[in-house]
Design a protein around this ligand. Structure first.
Ligand code: NAD
Length: 478
């Protein structure tokens, strides 16, 4: 098939069967034809990673550093083109697409540096004439399974540390966004990736992903995606006695107290609930507002939403692009209907929109008079839909914020040092934001959550070493 973007297996671009990758802003626009790997190809990729492991795990740190630095450099040099590809296949705005591409470059650059700073310790023994070394070794073949909503950044924050610490990789991106994954694999190959050290297998989760879960030759799996699939990943890892790391859903609270600066609170709430079309695991989908500021806050949010432009992700001036695909759009609309049935008041939006080109456009939806017991407040919708829950005071706000199965990110808008400090200590979340959106994090510090949102050690920054290495303690008698 001509123009087919193929899988990368053992250093070769392979595959004959492809599927079109559609632009959600314009379904007449085919971004490209991308191969769909079979289960057999997935097993070949795992074997290739296994074969490459002895060489790569003993490779010099300068070789790894150079590979990751060159990758970072090329991604940055091509940020406009790659950002455009990202926005075209995922639907976030061009500014967001370019920003995420720059982020991916920064992550590769960070881990290029980490290659040169591999940690180790020498400590005395409690016994005489014995020395102890504590070293970190790679884990082996790492399976990387990623979602569609951050098609550059999430693969980067898994691939870069996996390779930096000497693991080999089988990478399976989400079906909806093979373009960014293919581009990253191509760039790595140009940067000097040895044969089999990273293998790209695009395709369906139920085929390719499942083949990874079923393989005893995969030593660790790092997964980001829905809580349901995450549970399957965990079960397979228990069965095969391998390490796993899961980053899953969220239902992140953003608390607004009476003393909050109104502009700060509105900007933080609107940006984290609705930008990137609300399709961020760290999105604020429950906005918990104290009664003294409630009405002013809702009026100001509605006014702000009225001024937003929902259109083609690539058009200058667009604030919010389309929903990623038809099935996600259907899910969003079903939850909007459910919210009405549950008795919440639709204070803004929620309608499907027509634009010049056929795409999955949806007005942001803001519910007020919601309770924390409603399904729209408990289940992850993963679209531009947020509920406002009215509370009496800080104590009730904190209780509502923590009353959720999830625990990824939590935010508060307040001028009070006392409440900000108390919230940082008591919010049941892996990340807490004060006077900032719940979404939007740095690349050099740990990322992750608690409860149903995450399992295993943290991603990103120096904390990534915890997952991508295993510790060895050696004793030497002199
Ligand atoms: P998903 O769970 O449907 O898919 C995630 C990945 O798993 C995809 O690559 C998919 O093909 C694969 N998969 C599906 N079935 C599989 C199987 N049987 N075996 C192995 N792999 C399989 O999630 P999605 O719709 O792509 O992404 C949205 C979800 O991701 C949301 O729940 C969101 O909250 C979550 N997310 C979490 C974070 C975080 O860091 N916590 C970040 C981004 C997205």
């Amino acid at each position: 098939m001509t123009g087919l973007h193929r899988n990368l297996i053992a250093g070769e671009w392979l595959g004959s069967d492809g599927a079109p990758n559609l632009n959600p802003s314009n379904t007449n626009d085919v971004v490209g034809i991308y191969a769909r790997a079979s289960q057999k190809e997935a097993r070949d990729a795992i074997h290739a990673a296994r074969a490459a492991y002895p060489g790569w795990s003993r490779s010099g740190i300068l070789e790894r550093h150079t590979l990751l630095r060159k990758t970072a450099d090329e991604i940055l040099a091509r940020k406009d083109e790659l950002g455009r590809l990202l926005s075209r296949e995922e639907g976030k705005t061009l500014a967001e697409g370019i920003g995420e591409t720059v982020r991916a470059s920064q992550i590769f650059d960070f881990f290029a540096g980490e290659c040169l700073r591999l940690p180790g310790e020498i400590v005395p023994s409690v016994r005489s004439n014995i020395g102890i070394e504590i070293t970190r070794e790679p884990v082996g073949v790492v399976g990387i399974i990623t979602p569609w909503n951050f098609p550059m950044a999430i693969p980067a924050w898994k691939i870069a540390p996996a390779l930096a610490y000497g693991n080999t990789v089988v990478f399976k991106p989400a079906e909806l966004v093979p373009g960014c994954a293919h581009a990253i694999a191509e760039i790595l190959q140009r940067a000097g990736l040895p044969k089999g050290v990273l293998n790209l297998i695009m395709g369906k989760g139920s085929d390719v992903g499942q083949a990874m879960l079923d393989s005893p030759d995969v030593n660790a799996i790092t997964f980001t995606g829905s809580t349901g699939i995450g549970q399957r990943v965990a079960a397979s890892c228990v069965e095969h006695k391998r390490k796993y790391q899961l980053e899953m859903g969220g239902k992140n609270p953003f608390v607004v107290l009476d003393d909050a600066d109104l502009t700060t609170a509105v900007e933080a709430a609107v940006s984290s609930a609705f930008f990137s079309t609300g399709q961020r695991c760290t999105a604020s989908s429950r906005i918990i507002v104290a009664e003294g500021i409630h009405d002013r806050f809702v009026t100001a949010v509605v006014e702000r939403l009225n001024g937003l432009v929902i259109d083609d992700a690539l058009k200058p001036g667009t604030n919010i692009g389309p929903v990623v695909d038809e099935s996600q759009l259907r899910q969003d609309v079903e939850y909007i209907e459910l919210g009405k049935l549950e008795g919440a008041k639709l204070a803004f939006g929620g309608n499907k929109l027509q634009r010049e080109t056929p795409g999955f456009y949806l007005e942001p939806a803001l519910f007020t008079e919601a309770t924390n017991e409603m399904r729209i407040s408990r289940e992850e919708i993963f679209g531009p839909v947020a509920t406002v829950i009215r509370v009496k005071n800080y104590e009730e706000a904190l209780a509502v914020a923590n009353d959720t199965p999830f625990g990824l990110s939590a935010g508060i808008a307040t001028a009070s040092l006392k409440y900000a400090t108390h919230f940082k200590r008591n919010a049941e979340a892996g990340m807490v934001m004060v006077n900032l959106p719940t979404a939007g994090v740095d690349f050099h510090v740990p990322f992750g959550g608690r409860k149903s949102s995450s399992q295993g050690s943290r991603e990103q920054g120096t904390y990534a070493a915890e997952f991508f290495t295993t510790v060895k303690t050696s004793y030497t008698s002199s």
